[in-house]
Design a protein around this ligand. Structure first.
Ligand SMILES: Cc1cc2nc3c(=O)[nH]c(=O)nc-3n(C[C@H](O)[C@H](O)[C@H](O)COP(=O)(O)OP(=O)(O)OC[C@H]3O[C@@H](n4cnc5c(N)ncnc54)[C@H](O)[C@@H]3O)c2cc1C
Length: 287
């Protein structure tokens, strides 16, 4: 499938003194484990990427970006054709329980679904199927620019983010720029939406400080829900004491990447194969 997958360098820059310590420590750890990384100083960042930063940054060339919407919809289409996958849209599941014979689910219009196994991949709304709260729901903001002449973008179109919290992240999408961040610690939709204008201005200002030579004019703006866990890792697997309901919850900023790990682990467990990663990402670490 063609979901605009592109390999691009990723730059993680230090926003302040604390950030300098963080990237230096991260650099040492990555070097120790022979993970590919470069440490750039402030001058190099400006010379190579037109960036104006407080200090230096970590650079790696293992990163990539894709259009997540295209990837999801095209994967569905591919498997509908290849494996006769059936999709039931607008079918809200209101309960999901294990029975001695398998699993029983109820839909909003009061129908019952019986099956051997269930994989819950309900994202930020999966909390209702868990006995305990495992993630924190927050709010996040994002803007996309008007199209920009390629010559005005920064070299290599690298993915950019910073150490500070709330952070800003910057990337390109075709000839437009996407910037986002300015996360808030709450998830009340009205309060979140009310801040959109203020957050748009803050993100634009931060972008102009970071890349002053790149023109940016927002064409569309959004806000939405984001979710994090205490240790930044996803939750993959069954809740302790259950066997048939699997969760694939790619929480955190690497959710798309982790969802692939989740698919591999759950597929292995369903086939009765051992997968040592299940303990790293399992609920056992909080129960
Ligand atoms: C602004 C933003 C930027 C991000 N950037 C990145 C990034 O750069 N890299 C990265 O790896 N990740 C990123 N993420 C995280 C990533 O998007 C998520 O982790 C990922 O989309 C989660 O996928 P999912 O399939 O688990 O859940 P979702 O994509 O949320 O899908 C869940 C689905 O379940 C359905 N559903 C929910 N409840 C029910 C129910 N009761 N019955 C039936 N269906 C239900 C929903 O309608 C939805 O279709 C970002 C997230 C945000 C918000």
């Amino acid at each position: 499938i063609d979901a605009d997958f592109e390999r691009l360098p990723s730059i993680f820059y230090a926003s302040d003194k604390k950030g300098v310590k963080l990237i230096e420590r991260e650099y040492e750890i990555r070097k120790r484990y022979e993970l590919p990384v470069e440490l750039l100083n402030k001058g190099e960042l400006h010379k190579r990427y037109k960036m104006r930063t407080y200090a230096g940054a970590l650079l790696n060339r293992q990163s990539a970006q894709l259009d997540a919407y295209k990837a999801a919809t095209l994967l569905f289409r591919y498997h509908i054709k290849k494996d006769h996958l059936q999709i039931f849209t607008h079918t809200k599941i209101t309960s999901c329980e294990e029975t001695p014979q398998g699993c029983r689910l109820k839909t909003k219009d009061d129908r019952t679904i019986r099956c051997k196994y269930v994989i819950v991949a309900a994202g930020f709304e999966a909390g209702q199927f868990l006995p305990e709260k495992v993630m924190k729901l927050t709010s996040t903001y994002a803007l996309i620019s008007h199209p920009i002449d390629n010559k005005d973008l920064w070299p290599e179109h690298s993915l950019i983010w910073e150490t500070a919290e709330p952070y800003i992240y910057v990337r390109t999408s075709g000839n437009r720029i996407i910037i986002g961040g300015e996360d808030e610690d709450f998830n009340n939709p009205e309060a979140r939406d009310e801040l959109l204008r203020e957050k748009t201005e803050k993100l634009e200002k931060k972008f102009h400080t970071l890349l002053p030579s790149v023109p940016f004019k927002a064409e569309m703006t959004w806000c939405g829900t984001f979710s994090t866990t205490k240790d930044g890792l996803p939750f993959i697997g069954t809740w302790p004491g259950t066997e048939r309901i699997f969760f694939d919850l790619g929480y955190g900023g690497n959710g798309i990447t982790f969802s692939m790990v989740g698919a591999q682990i759950i597929s292995n467990l369903l086939q009765g194969k051992e997968d040592e990663r299940k303990d790293v990402f399992g609920f056992g670490r909080i129960c």
